[in-house]
Every structure is written in C-alpha cells, then in structure tokens.
Design a protein around this ligand. Structure first.
Ligand SMILES: C[S@@+](CC[C@H](N)C(=O)[O-])C[C@H]1O[C@@H](n2cnc3c(N)ncnc32)[C@H](O)[C@@H]1O
Length: 623
C-alpha cells in the first residue's frame, strides 16, 4: 500500500507500455517516435479546433498531483454504519474524487451532478493564480474555521461576472473534477450534468474533450418551472442536462414506462389484447408500391411503409386493423403486452418535476425551506431509472441537499432494487441569517445528511418530519422488513493518520528528525477505525467491505471480506502476542497487516510471526 491516491496516468501509461513499447526510452515517452508511429494522424500545427482558457495547462498538474488525504468514518452522523452500503462524504470533491480513485476506478454506473452554474453570484473553489503550487492550493483548501468548516474568505468564494477570469475560473474548477470522475465510470457508465445558459456551451466543449465527442449521448432540455417570469426579453423556463457515455459502444439505456398519454394510444382491442395502430400507408415516408384489395373491394397502391411479403404475412396472421367508412385503410397492430416501454427522449416537461415542486419536497421533510434550488426527486429518479439496474453504484459529487441519495433510496423502495449512492458535499457554511443556520444546520453537508436520515425514516414508514438533529448513531436502523437500505456511512475528508515523509530535506539534522519520527509512523491519537478505513481506501478495497471485529490474546483485530479465508486480517493495536498470532494463523486469511510498533522492538516475536505466517501461506505486512 502506498499512502497516496492513484496516479490518474497509471492506466494510460500501462496501455502505452503494453501496446507501444517502441515509443518508450528510459522510462519516458519519445514524442518524436510517437509522432512517427501515428503518421498523418499526428498534428503539431499551430492552429486547431478546441477550447482554451487561462490556466488550462495547470489543470493537468492539479489532476496529477496525488493526495495523501483519507476518509475518516463518523458513526455519530451515520445511520446503521455497519449494514448500509450508501456513503456520504463531507469535503472538497476534488480531493474526494482523488481518494476514491483506487477503490472505485471503473466501478460507478451513473454520475449525476448539479454544479454551480456560474451565474455570477455563486461561490465555488477556484484558483485565481494559475501558477499556484499544490502546497499553496492546500493552504487555501485549508481555509477553515475553528470547527473545520470552510470559510467564504479564502478559496471558496464568489465568482462574479466582473471578474477578468470569469469563465476560466469556472472551467478550472470543473475540468479536473470531470476528468477524475470519468475514471470512476464503468465502461457502460454514463454521466448527467445539470447546467443552464451561462456555461452550457463551454460545458459541451469541455466534455467533448474529456469524454470524446463520439460519446455524447444527448442534451436534455428540462422545463424547470411551471410559471413564467415576465422579466427580460425572453423567459428562461428551461435548463439542460448534458449526458455523455464513458464508452458509447457499451451504453444501453433502459426504456421508460409508458406515459399516461402513450397508454391512451392503446385504445383498440381484439382477442389478443389491447393494441395501438401502426401506420402502413404514408405519402411522405412510404417507399414501397404494390396493389392490395380492401375488404370492400377498393384497390390501394401505397406508398407503403413495409414490403409486400410483410403485408401479406400480416394479412394471414390477423395482424391488420381496417378503418371503416369511405377512407377504408389498413393499419398494423402494436400490442400493449409486447411493448417494452419508450426509449427516453430529450425533452423533459414539468411531469419530471419543477424547482417549485423540489422546494416543497424538501419543505415536507424539514418543515422549512432550508436550501435554495434543490432538484426535484422525479428528475433525478428518471436519470437513475434509464441508466441503472439493481446493485449499481450512483455518484453525486455536488450533492447539495442530497436529492440524488433521496431519489435512489425512493426508487429502490419502489422497485426492490439495491442501488447504492455515494454523495460528496463540501462543508459550505450556511449564511448566519438563514433559516437553516438558525435551526442548527451550520453547513450544507449538515442539511444533506439530515435529509437522508429523514427521507430514510419516511421511506421505512416512520413519521416525518423528525425532530431536528435526529442523528443516527447506532440506535437507528437503516433497513425495513423488506430489507431496503435506508442508511448511510458518513465520512469526513481529512489528513492522513500516518506521518507524511517530507521530500524537501536539506540538512543531516532534518534527515535525523524525519527518521526519528518514522520509527513510529502513526499520528498520535489516531483512532483504530480511522486507520482501518485509511488502509481499506488506500489498498483499493470497497468502503463497504464487510468488517468483522474479533478478539484474541486481549487484542482486537478486524477481518475484512466475507470470510477470513479469502480476506485480509488487520490488527491496529499497540501490541501483539503469540495468542493473537496463533488465532490469525488459524483463520488462514490471505494476508495479515499490523503496526510495526506493536512488536515494541521484540525482533524475536516478529521473526517467529513472519515464519509462522509464511508456513501458513499468509502474506504478512507491517506498517
Ligand atoms: C447546485 S447545488 C446542488 C443541489 C443538489 N442537486 C440538490 O438537489 O440539492 C451545488 C452544491 O455543490 C456544492 N459544492 C460546490 N463546490 C464543491 C466542491 N468543491 N466540493 C463539494 N461540493 C461542492 C455546493 O456547496 C452546493 O451545495
């Protein structure tokens, strides 16, 4: 395990090494050789089509810089931590997306995000000095109040239209996040991004670059309001949801249930059931000409939509519906029982929810409007229906009031699915004068977590709204009788539990100091569970891996995985003894990890343990 996040270049490098060994020279890509391999596909001219902005090249540095941060579990904020598979992460999504790379690379089926639209009045994290180093960035990201919440004075601030880098700031914020998000998608995965007129054009260009133009699926237009403000030259009643596939050749969107309107079309029936009519004769689209005789003896010559042999087959199989009267005409029959539903279309009317409806949905849970402009549950549910199935993982890294988590739980409750949701939300401070702040919600993350608690409780059939701050802890149960998962594991993005080796050492004294520090590399006061989850995350294991706590020789140890035989056993105690070593050996896990300091310098005990584990075929690691 290395303590850093996955290098996003890793897979590309692997691919290039495996497929183009001829372009490598002493561990570096020889660009001239690559150009020679590509021939006329390579273009090094000065002018080309694309999107450019101030700070773009710095985006790649931000993407590539690894982080040593971790996710610390917070049982008090969680609901049924040990059994749920939903996750809520409080923290900056750039760092969170980096720490998730090892565990969730290529595992997410659907991403929905609703980022700041760059209206000129919204705030977000952006660098304004494009040559900023990672240390400087981290210092600004560290702009927190005494409780660790982000302040609005530092890196998280308003991007006004008067700002000289108005569009660049937004693009610099979005580019690295979308780039890292793409890595998390499965090959058949799909991303939906809400946006309005302010940045829709730049977003499309940027996503063309990151996802590839060929992976563009559609631009949904959503009518966001049922009333029309009489302001400006035209009333803005719609926004967009841009959709890209990770790889269009693997994408298979689900069909939607037939709407009430579509169902009304099935108004005809025969012995085989209800059906709707399919046009067979059409002056503009028909391409086939042949003569048929109607039941009353008229001759029709087309133009027909189907070939003559297909028509004759329908005739024999009672597959034709004839209208009566003077314009006697044949139609095909499309039976309701054969209809799989409709493919999704790119216009979403108010039946998919509106801003007003979304505010009411939140108000119903909290009794007050604590969050401006949430998205309606039905809108997110629609994207979840068309793009996911049972067990799929859904990610929202601009989670806000956690509408996505709510929509996923509600959909699971309706169709018996086991989808799980990962939500990421910055601890953005609520305005001190706001209703939310007065009610005790200090940050948007507080509102998001409380929404999931309340929505879960409501879906389990409990009363809602709950009393304020009904935090879960262990007393809450997340599942109902049907086994639905209405809980979540809460995590906070935080510094590593391990001491970080500083590379910039200049003197022998500094080196001695570092070595001294690393005799014991775990930070003083780190809770065992925090270290455990850092190991899980940085070893690339699922945050929902089964964790079983056991005891031997007076020490606690954890079995990760469904059974110890396949899994990893971890002991994070300050000591070990033979009893513990025997118990772990007997469990025969694939590997055993413990702290170096646990041996307290007893080299004999450590050597014996190593030999015993080797005999049993157990991979033994000390950290
Ligand atoms: C438009 S809101 C999302 C609303 C959400 N769809 C809902 O229905 O409630 C965008 C959210 O992203 C959050 N945000 C902005 N920058 C972020 C960052 N760097 N990391 C995580 N969250 C961020 C903001 O705090 C805000 O709550």
């Amino acid at each position: 395990m290395n303590g850093q996040s996955k290098d996003p270049r890793e897979e590309v490098v692997k691919y290039l090494k495996e497929n183009l060994p001829e372009i490598w020279s002493e561990g570096r890509v020889d660009c001239r050789q690559l150009k020679a391999v590509l021939g006329d596909l390579a273009d090094d001219g000065q002018e080309r089509y694309g999107l450019s902005w101030a700070g773009k090249s710095e985006c790649f540095r931000h993407i590539q810089e690894p982080t040593t941060m971790t996710l610390k579990p917070d049982r008090e904020e969680s609901v049924d931590f040990d059994n749920t598979r939903n996750i809520f992460i409080e923290g900056d999504n750039l760092q969170a997306l980096k720490v998730l790379q090892k565990s969730y690379y290529g595992k997410i089926k659907m991403i929905y995000i609703d980022p700041p639209y760059n209206t000129g009045s919204d705030s977000f994290i952006y660098p304004d000095r494009f040559q900023e180093t990672q240390d400087e960035y981290m210092q600004r990201v560290g702009d927190k109040d005494e409780e660790g919440n982000l302040t609005r004075d530092g890196m998280f601030r308003k991007n006004s239209k008067e700002n000289g880098h108005y569009h660049s700031n937004w693009l610099n914020m979005m580019y690295p996040r979308l780039f890292l998000a793409r890595n998390l998608l499965r090959q058949d995965g799909v991303i939906f991004v809400s946006i309005d007129d302010n940045e829709v054009f730049n977003l499309r260009m940027m996503m063309n670059e990151i996802f590839g133009e060929e992976n563009f699926v559609t631009e949904f237009a959503w009518r966001r309001t049922d009333n029309q403000p009489n302001i400006g030259s035209t009333a803005r009643v719609k926004e967009y949801v841009i959709c890209y596939a990770r790889n269009i050749s693997y994408l298979k969107l689900n069909k939607m249930k037939l709407t009430e309107r579509a169902l009304k079309e099935y108004r005809y029936s025969d012995n085989s059931g209800s059906f709707r009519r399919a046009i067979l004769i059409d002056k503009t689209r028909g391409r086939h000409y042949y003569k048929i005789k109607t039941p009353r003896g008229r001759i029709l010559n087309g133009p027909w939509m189907i070939r003559e042999d297909e028509f004759r087959k329908l005739e024999v199989e009672d597959g034709l519906y004839w209208t009566n009267g003077s314009d006697e005409q044949p139609y095909g029959k499309i039976y309701l029982r054969e209809s799989e539903g409709q493919i999704p279309n790119d216009f979403l009317g108010i039946e998919f929810g509106t801003n007003q409806q979304a505010s009411v949905e939140l108000e119903e849970l909290f009794g007050k409007r604590f969050f401006d402009f949430p998205k309606p549950i039905s809108l997110i549910k629609h994207f979840t229906i068309i793009s996911t199935n049972d067990e799929d993982i859904i990610l929202d890294f601009f989670s806000g009031s956690a509408t996505t988590a709510h929509a996923v739980m509600e959909l699971n409750a309706e169709d018996g699915g086991n989808r799980r949701c990962i939500s990421i939300q910055l601890p953005e401070l609520c305005d001190e004068g706001s209703e939310a702040f007065k009610a005790g919600y200090k940050t948007i993350a507080d509102i998001g977590r409380e929404r999931i608690r309340r929505a879960g409780e409501k879906l389990r059939g409990g009363k809602s709204p709950l009393p304020p701050f009904a935090k879960g802890g262990e007393s809450f149960q997340s599942s109902d009788a049907s086994g639905g998962d209405f809980g979540f594991k809460a995590f906070k993005l935080d510094e590593s539990n391990f001491k970080i080796w500083h590379g910039n050492i200049h003197t022998v004294e500094e080196l001695m100091e570092q070595l001294e520090m690393f005799v014991d590399n775990v930070l003083e006061g780190s809770a065992q569970e925090n270290i455990l989850y850092e190991l899980i995350l940085k070893s690339g294991l699922d945050l929902n891996i089964a964790v079983e706590k056991r005891e031997a020789g007076g020490f606690v140890y954890y079995v990760l995985g469904q059974s110890s035989q396949e899994g990893i056993v971890v002991c994070l105690e300050q000591g070990v003894n033979e009893e513990l070593i025997d118990a772990v050996s007997a469990a025969k896990p694939a590997s055993f990890i413990c702290l170096d300091r646990a041996f307290k310098g007893n080299d004999q005990l450590k050597t014996n343990a190593a030999l015993q584990f080797e005999r049993e075929g157990i991979d033994f690691k000390v950290i």
